[in-house]
Design a protein around this ligand. Sequence first.
Ligand code: GDP
Ligand code: ZN
Length: 353
Amino acid sequence: MNLHDIGWNDRLESLFAPFKNSNLFPARVTRVNRGAVTVQSEIGATVASIAGRLSPDGELGQPAVGDWVGIDPSESDGVVRVILPRSGSLSRRRPGEGDCEQVAAANVDLVFVVESLDRGPNPRRIERASAIAWDGGATPVVILTKLDLCDDLEASIGKAREGAPFVDVMAVSAETGEGIDLLAGVLVPRSTAVLLGPSGVGKSTLTNRLLGEERLAVAEVREGDRKGRHTTTFRELVVLPDGACLIDTPGIRELGLWLDSGAIGAAFPEIGEAAGRCRFGDCRHETEPGCAVLEAVELGNLDPARLASFQRLRREAESLEMRRDESKRHEVRARERNFGKMVRQALKYKNRG
Ligand code: GDP
Ligand code: ZN
């Protein structure tokens, strides 16, 4: 398999340049298991374990689906030694471990915000998912599925636009195939898209439809485990016949995703535009005098529901950030304790000597 067919490009080429003369080879993560990853590379699909210490600053942490990694083949199964810096990623809070950030999908260009037309799109969910996409450096596109079950498309599109007035909305049916061509049109070769949305809206069915007849060939890999047995697993990153990659991972199906208050503005450009005329640079558009945003609402130039959504998402992100800062402080204190221990130990040796 050619690396370009799974998204390799000039950016990655130059990032990998320092490893050109090492024994590392580049590969893309298609699935993450405990302590190991499934990767796709020029030699096909293989399993590699993850090196204990990936990056000393811990910034890149663990590999995620969609990551480009350098694999060291000199050890048994191959070992992930480096993770190349990401462009566009979706993060979420790690369940059960406070509010640590965990990258759920990396090197993402498009986020398909999937909602179904039988239940009707949920504008609040669309708003949140779009904000998360912009926040992660990717472009959201709203996909309304089950078009064959819809009797008032105009009304549903209107509902979807309520949540994301500046985002493209497409309606498709995986059942009849209607709209699939249009969707395939935005999935340009070498780009990577992620499916985001609650279960039952038709993400798997859509993936199958886009894969067509090639599903079994590309979505299933036979992996040899360490005992030499072969098991069949589904990859979470699949390559579509036209050359785009599609990520559908359980890890990002729920919307418990990371949100950055600074980036929420991207989902509300009309508010940002008005905010430029507020009297105070740090105006929160709540009760401040000379607030151009409140004025725009009063004059009927800005939808009050959008301002309310903006405030809601910002509050949510800010409370998350507060908790994140709190856990950072804990981390620093723990490190200081460890350092103290090290110093004491060093002094003990010195006193002995
Ligand atoms: P996921 O949980 O988001 O992956 O949803 P699934 O792909 O499993 O689909 C949930 C249900 O919706 C299944 O019973 C599908 O057959 C059905 N479904 C998916 N897409 C369509 C569609 O375009 N039209 C109709 N009528 N049903 C669909
Ligand atoms: Zn203001």
